[in-house]
Design a protein around this ligand. Sequence first.
Ligand code: MG
Length: 158
Amino acid sequence: MFRVGIGQDTHRLAQGRPLVLGGVLIESERGAEGHSDADALSHAITDAILGAMCEGDLGLHFPDRDPRWKDADSLQLLGRVMWLAGERGYRVVNVDATVMLEEPRLRPYIQQMREKLTGVLGIEIDCVSVKAKTGEGLDAVGERLAVVAQAVVLLERM
Ligand code: MG
């Protein structure tokens, strides 16, 4: 049996914050604001997995009022959700994700993000797709105010 899930995440960009995407630290003047490390890509993928299982969302499992998740490594949160997926009898078949960021260009980091995510998702790297888009100077992404990530995942019941 297969189940599909969708995830989306937005974080505001600000000076003096690190920019982490897919567990990779991106060299950038502006980083993402948030309670955890604000890794929008990992959050979108985690939400997509939770969605495929009908297990709520990231905020339900890791509330931002909870000091345990302050500056949390979002790859570890993804790892916890992967543990839950295993408990429920699911494995990830593939992930396809898009990160929307005006600058810097993410192409040099894509392979590293895929490698980090592969390690947590427990699947081959050719099953983890990460794409990068800009906002073409439009909307909050285009105005360099936000980073947005979208993801779909396919789960298979083992
Ligand atoms: Mg988030």
